[in-house]
Design a protein around this ligand. Structure first.
Ligand SMILES: NC(=O)c1ccc[n+]([C@@H]2O[C@H](COP(=O)([O-])OP(=O)(O)OC[C@H]3O[C@@H](n4cnc5c(N)ncnc54)[C@H](O)[C@@H]3O)[C@@H](O)[C@H]2O)c1
Ligand SMILES: [Zn+2]
Ligand SMILES: [Zn+2]
Length: 366
């Protein structure tokens, strides 16, 4: 069948709209008619080949849509279900069976290999050549796609499907880093470096966790202003002020918890220095493979601090996404305030507005 897709064709270039052919839905796949898809910074990293992903490819990994067909092995969803698309995992490795699918041993190949494990791709161009597919198990920048069943999460029909896609990556990543990994206790302090969609989702989660000192650090004033509106108790523009000094001052010696959502090596170092005794920090931002960041093993040994590397909020999407939706319905997790909608034809503008800091979470509506 035909699908209209936004295709990444060459490094750093805008996506191109192309009509492609979508192949048969395999036994472990679900055919989804997309209603909308979020745009995540990781899509930009892939387009720009910071992660070497086989081009041309249909990117997109925050899809939301309606199930149109299911493979004969699929049991968790049926035609007509509303679904959010999320990251893939194998389901059988030790990480998957111990409820940590984000650390699936096959995560890299399944999310970024550009093809199914058997080497086939889901899309074909007009000239018959293959177009890479299954980005994060879904390739959601298309009007119809085949997603792995494990990348599909059934959600309630009572919530606006159009804005649910970002729960599949950016939002669950930030919220999960706080609620599933850092688990701050009520009354504790947290410093969040980077206030994009991931950092803001971490911030909303810190509010849910009753952190009483929530410090947002960024270099864009308009984002810091939004952070304040969403619950930050303090903001720091680290272009104007020494973020480490300020966090230590505000918290009286260092934050109990911190998250770095920038992917910047220097910011990671700042985060380690901004933590207090027995603090716990999470690295969430994605840097190019090979990026190293200095860590003061002489001084920091004495602090007992802990650093976690966190993928996708270490969540089990099939349970965590419905929980985030319950919190949203209860008015406790207003992630909709991060969203700005775009037409599918405006997808490159959506990327540009996210990069410039104008939009926190672009959602492209089909
Ligand atoms: N670990 C994961 O599983 C996972 C999942 C999704 C996204 N990511 C990554 O998380 C990061 C954040 O994603 P996003 O969608 O929120 O991106 P974003 O670009 O919207 O947000 C990044 C923020 O960091 C700020 N920033 C950049 N350099 C800074 C500096 N030197 N000091 C302070 N702030 C700085 C930017 O101004 C921006 O507000 C990206 O690297 C993305 O690839 C990781
Ligand atoms: Zn696995
Ligand atoms: Zn993402």
């Amino acid at each position: 069948m035909k699908t209209l897709a936004a295709v990444a064709t060459s490094k750093g270039e805008p996506l191109e709209m192309r009509e492609l052919t979508l192949d048969e839905t395999r036994s472990d796949e679900v055919r989804v008619k997309l209603v909308a898809t979020g745009v995540c910074h990781t899509d930009a990293i892939a387009r720009d080949q910071i992660y070497p992903i086989p081009l041309p490819i249909v990117l997109g990994h925050e899809g939301a849509g309606v199930v149109e067909a299911v493979g004969d092995g699929v049991t968790s969803v049926e035609v007509g279900d509303h679904v959010v698309l999320t990251f893939p995992s194998c389901g059988v490795c030790s990480s998957c069976v111990s409820a940590h699918p984000a650390y699936c041993v096959d995560f890299g190949a399944l999310a970024m290999g550009g093809a199914r494990p058997d080497g086939s791709t889901g899309f074909e161009a007009e000239d018959g050549s293959d177009v890479s597919s299954h980005f994060f198990g879904q390739s959601s920048f298309a009007t119809v796609t085949n997603a792995y069943e494990r990348s599909v999460v059934k959600i309630s029909k009572d919530v606006p499907l159009e804005i649910m896609g970002p729960l599949g990556c950016g939002v669950q990543t930030g919220a999960g880093a706080v609620l599933n990994v850092l688990k701050p206790e009520a009354g504790s302090s947290i410093a969040i470096f980077g206030t994009g969609a991931v950092g803001m989702s971490a911030l909303l989660a810190a509010v849910i966790a009753n952190c009483t000192t929530i410090i947002a650090v960024d270099i864009v004033d308009s984002r810091l202003k939004r952070a304040k509106e969403l619950g930050a108790t303090h903001t720091i523009n680290s272009k104007d002020e020494d973020a480490v000094e300020r966090v230590r001052e505000i918290t009286g010696g260092g934050a109990n918890y911190a998250a770095d959502t920038t992917g910047n090596a220097g910011v990671f170092t700042q985060m380690t220095k901004a933590l207090g005794i027995m603090g716990h920090g999470a690295l969430v931002g994605a840097a190019a493979p090979g990026t190293e960041s200095p860590f003061d093993i002489g001084n920091l040994l004495l602090t007992g601090l802990k650093i976690s590397m966190v993928i996708e909020g270490d969540s089990v999407p099939q349970t965590f996404i419905p929980k985030l939706i319950s919190l949203y319905e209860a008015g406790l997790f207003p992630f909709d305030k991060l969203v700005k909608k775009y037409e599918f034809s405006e997808i490159n503008t959506a990327f540009a507005d996210s990069e410039s800091g104008d939009t926190l979470k672009p959602v492209v509506v089909f």
